[in-house]
Design a binder for this molecule. Sequence first.
Ligand code: PEP
Length: 249
Amino acid sequence: SDARKFFVGGNWKCNGSVQQVNDLVSMLNQSTLSTDTEVVVCPSQVYVQGVSEKLRKDIGVGAQDCWVQGNGAFTGETSADMLADMGVGWVVIGHSERRGKGEADEEVARKAKYALDKGLKVIACCGEPLESREAGTTNDFVFPQIKAYADVFSKEDWANVVIAYEPIWAIGTGLTATPEQAQDTHADIRQYLGEVAGADVAESTRILYGGSATGATAPGLSAKPDIDGFLVGGASLKPEFADIVNCQG
Ligand code: PEP
């Protein structure tokens, strides 16, 4: 939809060195990127500040996770308070690689709400494992993830949220969902969002696809009406990322 600005996020995960991160920033600074796309990159936490300083200002910067509450005796954690204080705009919440370490839907949603309350924008992830896809029960897995977010987000919060639908079987596997598979689930998520958050939220919230998206697969996926952008892992570390940003031609 024209009302939903196309959005491409780069999730750099636990990758990079000072040299590689500097090279990536230089590459992005020299790339021609469509102004019709909102672009956000999410480096490892230790590189967030350096990237924020060196990166062109039309690209946003995000963290890949944050702590579920504020500052205190929580060794190793990074609070949303700190990210906001550093001027970080975005944070990825509920990535499957973190859910896999024991974060349940309700904790993920609480963390997202805390980050929103601190002024961060949130890339709120969801997505089913292969067993659910094969059993035809994708929605039974994904809807409770969406419901958990909707239970704690206000209408105003939703203006600062993008949903990333990332089927776990497609992440890092090279098995990109087909445009039809992704569109079907995006449409189902949007309809469900209408039920739990309201029709206006459903219409205005961007739903990104994530899972082995590439410069080659992005155009077909992005042509679908309910696919409003991408969250990109592996390809976000390569020049190909610009092709995904520019995939709408
Ligand atoms: C991700 O982990 O958010 C992701 C989409 O990874 P990849 O593109 O490498 O599958």
